[in-house]
Write a protein that binds this ligand. Structure first.
Ligand code: ASP
Length: 321
């Protein structure tokens, strides 16, 4: 399928996100902001160097997400949010646009890099998703690293969890500012292949067993050569109900919209009209990128074909800021 959709041979593109939500300048110290931008840059560089070496979009997207899972700043891998009972339950998925193969894990508690397990599900099982203890047993069989659940703990997330619990007692069930930090990447490789990957700890103080959009193919992640690759972040239930990632692809493929218009429509019309908050990143086979959100901020970044990294956090930031 590669080469469809106006791909210029040799052209690559990569974008990442580190979650959407209420991110105020006043809440983010200059040091913290610099750390976030640095982590986004490191993820972009990891993916870009693979693409430059002729690597596949799937390898680049996964490599970028692994860097963000390892960064305790984001709500994925280490730094994942706490569930209502003080645990971590992580979700992740990948999709390879060349073959429409996909893999996902949901509600896993011990897999250090859930995105690698999602990829292993795609490559080494006949299934698309494995959940819970079965997914963990499979990851071990595959030789993936498992960790004690406390490995995911960070003080900042524990503090947020306590605040969320207190807020819930007062009736505010899910303060928006706590749904931050899901990570994702979308990539186009030199051969025209598209891929995406997304990983999250879900929502702070979520009920045990709650699974959001991140591991749901078509909601949190979608990739199809000749069309686009998409990774989403935000109120997962809305992204599931609107099949948001696939909706962008359908608007491009069936609706004839360009990628930017499709991404804008899904975020600012479909999602907004239902009251959902969040954002998405997407790339098409020409290497056009869309980074769209209706939340006040979204950690995001892209790398251009010259290898220049652009990161942005707040609303109104151009990605080059
Ligand atoms: N979409 C994720 C979920 O609902 C959360 C997020 O992106 O912040 O699990």
């Amino acid at each position: 399928m590669s080469g469809r959709g106006g791909h210029t041979p040799g052209r690559t593109a990569l974008a990442v996100h580190g979650g959407a939500g209420v991110i105020r300048r006043s809440d983010l110290s200059p040091d913290r902001e610099a750390e976030c931008r640095q982590a986004l840059s490191a993820a972009l560089t990891a993916g870009h160097s693979l693409l430059e070496a002729g690597g596949r979009a799937l390898d680049a997207a996964v490599a970028a997400v692994v860097v963000l899972e390892e960064a305790p700043l984001f709500n994925a891998g280490r730094g994942a949010v706490f569930t209502r009972d003080g645990q971590h339950e992580l979700d992740a998925s990948v999709m390879d646009g060349a073959t429409l193969s996909a893999g996902a894990v949901a509600a896993v508690r011990r897999i250090r890099n859930p995105v690698l397990a999602a990829r292993a599900v795609m490559e080494h099982t006949p299934y698309v998703m494995l959940a819970g203890a079965g997914a963990e047993a499979f990851a071990r069989e595959q030789g993936l690293e498992t960790v004690d659940p406390s490995w995911f703990d960070t003080e900042g997330r524990r503090r947020e969890w306590r605040l969320a619990k207190a807020a819930a007692i007062e009736g505010d069930a899910r303060p928006e500012e706590f749904s931050l930090g899901t990570v994702g990447a979308v990539a186009l490789d030199a051969a025209g292949n598209l891929a995406s990957a997304t990983s999250t700890g879900g929502l702070t103080n979520k009920r045990a067993g709650r699974v959001g959009d991140t591991p749901i193919i078509g909601a949190g992640t979608y990739a199809e050569n000749g069309v686009c690759a998409v990774s989403t972040t935000g109120d997962g239930e809305y992204f599931m109900r609107t099949v948001a990632a696939y909706r962008v692809a359908a608007l491009v493929q069936e609706g004839g919209l360009d990628l930017a218009s499709a991404a804008r429509r899904v975020i600012h019309e479909t999602l907004t009209s239902l009251g959902g908050s969040g954002g998405l990143i997407a790339v098409d086979s020409r290497g056009m990128l869309a980074l769209e959100h209706n939340s006040p901020g979204m950690y995001r970044g892209m790398i251009d074909h010259r290898g220049r990294v652009h990161t942005a956090i707040f609303g109104g930031d151009a990605p080059g800021d």
